[in-house]
Design a protein around this ligand. Structure first.
Ligand code: SAM
Length: 323
């Protein structure tokens, strides 16, 4: 697949930032992830608001993912687009929740580094070969029983389709697409094309998207300006204008239904005993700042469920279907 252009370097660098923030939060005890330390060096100290934001993000996205896996009894696939250095595959393996296929796609500059770390660090590679599985790594591509890392450009859906097909994706299986802070880097046309491709090709599917929302207000505009000074252009920010634009992104291209919560609401919908635990980890000076920050991010989820699996029942604040 095509290599990233020079203009993509700032977008590629956002992965280092996300991985480093996740590592710091893990180090502080926000959640457990014994794998992230093997993918990124320790970074600078992050503010408590940032750590709580990452906590809400990983727990929120993780909750929808786990509900999907439980509902389908793991007879499903997960496709993480713009996966960066996510460690979800290892977590699911440790928790006995692996789907039939787990696929990740990112630019070659990102996947080749991830593959290199996996190849050279046994805590990452060992779990992949347990049970005698063969680990095949070539450049930025990895195949290993049910785990596939593919390099590609999400703006090219034809090539994305071809590389997932070659890797053995089964379009008849229920499939969950995850994009965590990714679609905002594509123009509205590019992300619509991607989201439409997913709807057109996978009859039973769910899409979970985490990113900015309410970006038209003052706080949102300041966020955009701050990122610009770091040469990071949010090409898709128009679709992050409000809840309606986020939802319509899916409903206008073939998704049957969709829902959305801002991260402040997600934060309050997470298991409150754990939220109380993390709130004791670090003193937070300005709750208003955390609230403003979290109200400018959201999780949107959309579904297509022609056989009535119950995908529309997944979400927050409701008991998960098999519990
Ligand atoms: C902010 S990082 C998030 C990484 C990961 N999803 C996480 O939450 O830790 C955004 C990721 O999207 C990837 N990305 C953005 N645009 C892409 C494109 N057109 N094709 C492939 N990957 C892309 C970047 O390379 C980067 O790894």
């Amino acid at each position: 697949m095509a290599a990233a252009g020079v203009d993509d370097s700032a977008v590629i660098a956002t992965n280092d930032d996300a991985a480093s923030c996740k590592r710091f939060a893990v180090q502080q005890g926000y959640w457990k992830d014994p794998y992230i330390q093997h993918l990124v060096r320790p970074g600078e100290r992050k503010a408590p608001e940032i750590n709580r934001g990452y906590y809400a993000r990983t727990q929120g996205v993780g909750q929808l993912l786990d509900q999907f896996l439980q509902l389908t009894n793991c007879q499903c696939q997960v496709v993480s687009l713009g996966a960066g250095f996510e460690t979800t595959y290892w977590r699911l393996k440790d928790e006995g929740l692996l789907p039939r296929g787990y696929f990740e796609v990112d630019f070659p500059a990102v996947t080749s580094r991830k593959c290199h770390y996996i190849r050279s660090r046994p805590p990452l590679s060992k779990p992949l070969t347990e049970g005698g599985g063969q680990l095949q790594i070539e450049g930025g591509t990895l195949h290993c029983s049910n785990y596939h890392i593919l390099s590609g450009d999400l703006r090219n859906t034809e090539e994305l389709n071809a590389s997932l097909t070659t890797a053995g994706i089964d379009k008849s299986l229920p499939t969950l697409f995850v994009t965590e802070c990714v679609l905002v880097y594509l123009t509205p046309d590019q992300s619509s094309k991607l989201v439409r491709w997913a709807a057109d090709n996978f009859p039973t599917a769910m899409f979970v998207n985490y990113e900015q929302v309410n970006m038209k207000d003052k706080f949102g505009q300041v966020m955009v300006e701050n990122l610009k000074t770091r040469h990071c252009h949010l090409a898709g920010v128009d679709l992050c204008a409000d809840a309606e634009s986020q939802k319509q992104r899916f409903l206008s291209v073939g998704w049957e239904g969709g829902d959305l919560l801002d991260m402040w609401t997600v934060y309050h919908s997470l298991p409150q005993q754990d939220v109380q635990r993390i709130e004791r980890l670090e003193f937070l000076d300005e709750v208003e700042l955390l609230q403003q920050l979290l109200q400018h991010y959201c999780i949107t989820w959309a579904w297509k469920d022609p056989t009535g699996l119950g995908l529309s029942n997944l979400g927050f604040g409701r008991p998960s279907p098999l519990m």
